[in-house]
Design a protein around this ligand. Structure first.
Ligand code: GUN
Length: 283
């Protein structure tokens, strides 16, 4: 392998150690950061994600409350729960696990979370603040991507960053956060023509598509930084959106799947929870 491996496990462990120290300082002041997670329905992947989030809280000293609701929960019932969490002083972060069952409007539910408690950074107020470059709570996955690049000393300023994918959760905010770091940003998506012509000009390539191994070695410039956000199940294996083995022979840096962005995303949720807690308490 030619590329340097960007080790998500190591970065996540560093961030979690920093969080633990922050939590201890807050606890010394009588403040216990609290995160509420809401899970509606029985999507198995969502259950695993939420279980991991609760475990991360336990490991770092953050109080967590997990609320599991049946798949037929009405919008009114869910909104009432969000509203009661908005009012609680022991809860500083609220996370509604997505996707929600089809009868629920995700935008309506997310918009009901108090913006200062929106630790996912999905509330339109946080999205808007991010877009205009103001301090806000930024979505965990794209914030994690930037954090990984920074912790490996990878320069973003002036370089061409290409993001494949335009979801509201990853692609679009990743582009905005890379722009904030003064990268020159191109967003590609399913309708993009001549995709590989564009990706071959990327100094930094962020892939968030959800298609197993869709980025092949011929699409990557020699020495590029390749960040793979994909998590795809192929048989009994989890693989990314990047053909890791082949691309690692061309790239300068690469993130693995598993062991890459996913772990850092989890750590960024804890970071957002501490940030939200501090803003609501010590200011
Ligand atoms: N589903 C997939 N990714 C996410 C995420 O980052 N936050 C929430 N709430 N749901 C998700």
């Amino acid at each position: 392998m030619k590329a340097v491996l960007i080790d998500g496990k190591k970065i996540a462990a560093e961030i979690k150690a920093e969080i633990k120290a922050e939590v201890e300082k807050l606890r010394a002041k009588g403040i216990i950061p609290g995160l509420a997670t809401i899970l509606v329905g029985d999507d198995p992947a969502s259950h695993i994600y939420v279980r991991n989030k609760v475990k991360d809280c336990e490991e770092t000293g953050i109080f967590s409350e997990k609320i599991v609701l049946p798949g037929n929960t009405s919008a009114g019932e869910l909104l009432d729960i969000v509203e009661s969490l908005n009012k609680r002083n022991d809860i500083h972060g609220i996370l509604v696990q997505l996707p929600l069952p089809r009868h629920l409007d995700e935008f309506e539910i997310i918009s009901a979370i108090a913006p200062e408690k929106d630790v996912d950074g999905f509330h339109p107020v946080n999205q808007g603040l991010m877009l205009i470059g103001r301090d806000a709570i930024y979505p965990c996955t794209p914030a994690g991507v930037v954090e990984m690049l920074k912790r490996y000393g990878i320069r973003m300023e002036g370089r061409h960053a290409v993001v494949i994918g335009r979801s509201n959760i990853v692609g679009k905010p990743a582009a905005v956060l890379l722009l904030k770091e003064n990268a020159t940003v191109t967003i590609c998506h399913s309708k993009t023509e001549n995709l590989s012509e564009i990706t071959k000009t990327a100094d930094i390539l962020v892939v968030a598509v959800g298609r197993a191994r869709m980025v092949t070695a011929d699409m990557v410039k020699e020495g590029a930084v390749v960040v793979d956000v994909g998590i795809n199940r192929v048989g009994d294996k989890i693989v990314g959106d990047v053909d890791f083995e082949a691309v690692a022979q061309v790239a300068g840096y690469i993130t693995p799947v598993p062991g890459g962005v996913g772990l850092v995303t989890r750590a960024m949720l804890l970071k957002n929870t501490i940030k939200a807690c501090k803003r609501q308490t010590v200011g």
